[in-house]
Design a protein around this ligand. Structure first.
Ligand SMILES: O=C(O)C(=O)C[C@H](O)[C@@H](O)CO
Length: 260
């Protein structure tokens, strides 16, 4: 048996546009269902969603049913969290709050077996198909995809340095945190934030590094793709559910009011 290939990484590096969905519900049912609707990737968040490592494994198992590649965001740029996510089979990680090239190097090192990095070795994990693959140790390092998240003005100032770190495959800009860092908490749509997002994509395109972002509505996702973002989460599972529920509630209430 061969070790799993990382199709997210190969497609990203081939320059494909990858449409994603941000998953905050931490629900295996939602993961399985939404893996089937045609997105290229699903982001399982453990930074702000109520889920620990043991809860991520069922999400990965559920998503394996469909066609969307899983991406997991560890709660922090932490070598132990990263190792544990890799062991349960995550191959693409979105590492939050990277502000310097040194922090990006640490994130990459945490994902690589020695001598390239410091990942601890376990023989029988979900990552190696419980030890049944013959080639896992040979291919693991190159199949792992590291995306680092830029979320402050300071990090943005060092964008090119961070992006140049070997092993950083893509840069994700977090609009909400960047907005907060730029003095516009809760207002990612503020013109100054939007301009920072636009120029970040431009700078990354100039150095040939794929840029990613999270949008919360289709029109934002479309604009970000037009600006050059290549892996764009177009919405959040929880937000979509609430939006649909609120619209349904509004529609039936309005119909009832009209009948009265
Ligand atoms: O800065 C951002 O934007 C993010 O990091 C995403 C947030 O954590 C959040 O909107 C996810 O639900």
């Amino acid at each position: 048996m061969q070790a799993p290939k990382n199709t997210f990484k190969s497609r990203l590096l081939a320059g494909e546009m990858l449409h994603g969905l941000w998953m905050s519900l931490a629900s295996p049912v939602a993961a399985e269902a939404l893996s089937l609707v045609g997105f290229d990737w699903l982001l399982f968040d453990t930074e702000h969603a109520p889920v620990d490592i043991a809860g991520v494994q069922p999400l990965l198992q559920a998503a394996a049913v469909g066609t969307a590649a899983p991406v997991v965001r560890p709660a922090w740029n932490d070598k132990v969290l990263i190792k544990r996510l890799l062991d349960i089979g995550a191959q693409t990680l979105l590492v939050p709050f990277v502000e310097t090239a040194g922090e990006a190097q640490a994130a990459v090192a945490a994902t690589r077996y020695p001598p390239e990095g410091i990942r601890g070795v376990a023989g029988s994990t979900r990552a190696s198909r419980f030890g049944l693959t013959g080639d896992y140790f040979e291919v693991a390092n190159r199949e792992i995809c590291v995306l680092v998240q830029i979320e402050t003005g300071a990090a943005l100032g060092r964008l090119e340095e961070i992006a140049a770190v070997p092993g950083v495959d893509g840069i994700f800009i977090g609009p909400s945190d960047l907005a907060a860092s730029l003095g516009h908490l809760g207002r990612p749509g503020h013109p100054e934030v939007q301009e920072a997002l636009r120029t970040a994509a431009e700078r990354l395109a100039r150095i040939g590094k794929p840029a990613g972002i999270l949008a919360t509505k289709a029109e934002d996702a479309i604009r970000y793709a037009e600006w050059g973002y290549r892996f764009v989460a177009g919405g959040v599972d929880l937000g979509l559910m609430l939006g649909a529920a609120a619209a349904l509630r509004r529609q039936v209430s309005e119909a009832a009011a009209a009948r009265a």
